[in-house]
Design a protein around this ligand. Structure first.
Ligand SMILES: Cc1cc2nc3c(=O)[nH]c(=O)nc-3n(C[C@H](O)[C@H](O)[C@H](O)COP(=O)(O)OP(=O)(O)OC[C@H]3O[C@@H](n4cnc5c(N)ncnc54)[C@H](O)[C@@H]3O)c2cc1C
Length: 458
């Protein structure tokens, strides 16, 4: 039976509404705030800086940049959030030309999804067919509490097991399929969605290109529209979002009935006075944002991916927090986003917590490598300055060493589908990156849907 003061339409709330304090106003904290407020809770979000976390709207030298994600995937998860909030979709999602982009590997270039006329298409088709049984279950897995009593969850987990068994890692699964080296190398790069190399990442990440089924988009007004939408949903439900309000002691939140940590679990551990477990870290990055230079308009694809030449060497460097000789680079050149066009160059870097400036020799070397591979020059020569976000910046957002996905999990539990420590104790809960490792926005939004449901049935 539904709780009488609940304002949502699920009819299944058991916990009476009360006061909830959420630590962290990133995408996870804001989406959960809106969901809990929808159920009649009084919600306050405490944000150390400005809302958005890794997805922020920055103005730099007169230009507006949306930082963090550039690809919006698994839109069904977003639609489930809208449905729970009874909101129309404000995003106006536009398909990104070229889908996941052209992947430049040492064995040749591979557009993903592979077009029918491409010589690798038959192998891509075989890959897509193998992954197909999992397709109907992905949204369920991303948005359903992993309970063994849930028939939908069991069906989805069985489908996942059938596709991936008995392989412990993305690399092992790919090797067993004997794809041509260029396709193998291009698919393997997607294990970086878990922040680790293909030898460490779960098989699931090697399946992502097929599971996304070419449905890669971005809001017409840029990824910042996701943040704008969540802030509007929060405002409409009287959520208090307090900027520049870091939580330094959990006792500050003692007056709330329930507390949710939407910050990196290692930061929560510190707030609880616990020792941070000694686990390897996921990767960090150097994210460079600039005006799209005039001479490159129309010459660059929207998304280009330049892979590391050797994943084992790359992963070994990341593990000891050293700079790899060559790294994963994602170039996102969006001429349609504003009058000026925007260029984002994201270089994967170790979670060293260091500030590698644009003129750092390693950064310069990687930019030159990307230019050579793409056959262009002057990538960062747009007439405004370059905004550089480095591992040091990501440390300020709360992650040890600036690790974008927090500490690394072993492959067997590194997907967003494994039971996570959602509930830390009676009234303390967790959501967001690190609790739903990898996967970016879909995992974080799906995690908020899961935790909202669990909290209201606890
Ligand atoms: C360069 C880059 C590219 C990416 N590309 C993609 C992509 O293409 N597609 C995709 O889906 N995902 C992508 N992602 C991942 C995606 O951006 C993240 O998964 C998501 O934004 C994480 O949201 P979050 O709320 O869990 O964490 P965060 O964004 O880290 O939010 C945590 C918030 O907590 C605040 N905080 C920390 N400590 C405290 C404290 N003590 N008190 C109060 N507040 C505190 C921080 O300031 C921050 O605002 C990318 C990320 C990066 C960095």
């Amino acid at each position: 039976m539904g709780c009488s003061s609940c304002t949502c339409s699920c009819g299944g709330c058991i916990s009476p509404p009360g006061s909830v304090g959420i630590i962290g106003g990133g995408i996870a904290g804001l989406s959960l705030a809106a969901l809990l407020a929808q159920r009649g809770n009084r919600v306050t979000v405490y944000e150390a800086h400005e809302p958005g976390g890794k997805l922020r709207r920055f103005t730099h030298e007169g230009l507006r940049f949306d930082t963090g994600p550039s690809l919006f995937t698994f839109p069904g998860v977003w639609r489930r959030l809208l449905s729970r909030l009874v909101e129309a979709d404000p995003l106006d999602l536009r398909p990104l030309p070229g889908g996941l982009g052209t992947h430049h590997t040492p064995f040749g270039s591979v557009p993903l999804p592979v077009p029918t006329a491409h010589p690798l298409y038959p192998h891509w088709r075989r890959y897509v067919d193998e992954v197909a049984p999992l397709l109907p279950h992905v949204e369920t897995l991303l948005t359903t509490p992993p309970h063994l009593t849930s028939a939908a969850f069991l069906r989805a987990s069985t489908a996942l097991g059938r596709v991936t068994f008995p392989h412990p890692s993305a690399e092992s699964w790919l090797r067993s399929r004997r794809f041509p080296p260029a396709l193998h190398h291009a698919l393997a790069v997607h294990s970086l969605n878990a922040g680790v190399g293909p030898g460490q990442g779960s098989v699931l990440y090697a399946l992502l290109p097929a599971l996304m089924a070419g449905d890669v988009s971005r809001p017409a007004k840029g990824m910042g529209a996701v943040l704008d939408a969540l802030l509007a949903f929060c405002a409409a439900r009287d959520v208090q979002v307090l900027s520049q309000t870091p939580v330094t002691d959990l006792r500050e939140l003692a007056h709330h009935d329930r507390i949710v940590s939407a910050v990196d679990p290692s930061r929560l551990a510190r707030l609880l006075g616990e020792r941070v477990p000694d686990r390897p870290l996921t990767v960090s990055g150097v994210a460079l944002y600039a005006r799209l230079p005039e001479h490159l308009r129309g010459r660059l694809l929207v998304t280009s991916v330049v892979t590391p030449s050797d994943y084992a060497r790359f992963a070994a460097a990341m593990q000891v927090r050293a700079l790899p000789p060559d790294t994963l680079a994602l170039v996102h050149a969006d001429a349609s986003l504003s009058d000026e066009g925007q260029l984002a160059l994201l270089l994967t870097a170790p979670a060293s917590g260091r500030a590698y400036a644009v003129d750092h020799p390693w950064v310069q070397g990687q930019v030159r490598r990307v230019e050579e591979v793409l056959g262009v020059s002057g990538l960062l020569s747009g007439d405004a300055g370059v905004l550089a976000l480095t591992p040091e910046y990501f440390v300020r957002g709360g992650a040890v060493g600036g690790a974008i996905y927090g500490q690394a999990w072993p492959a067997w539990r590194s997907g967003p589908f494994h039971p996570q420590p959602y509930r830390r104790s009676g009234r303390l809960w967790q959501v967001g990156t690190g609790v739903h490792p990898g996967g970016g926005l879909p995992a974080v939004l799906g995690g908020a849907l899961i935790v909202d449901r669990l909290m209201n049935r606890a």
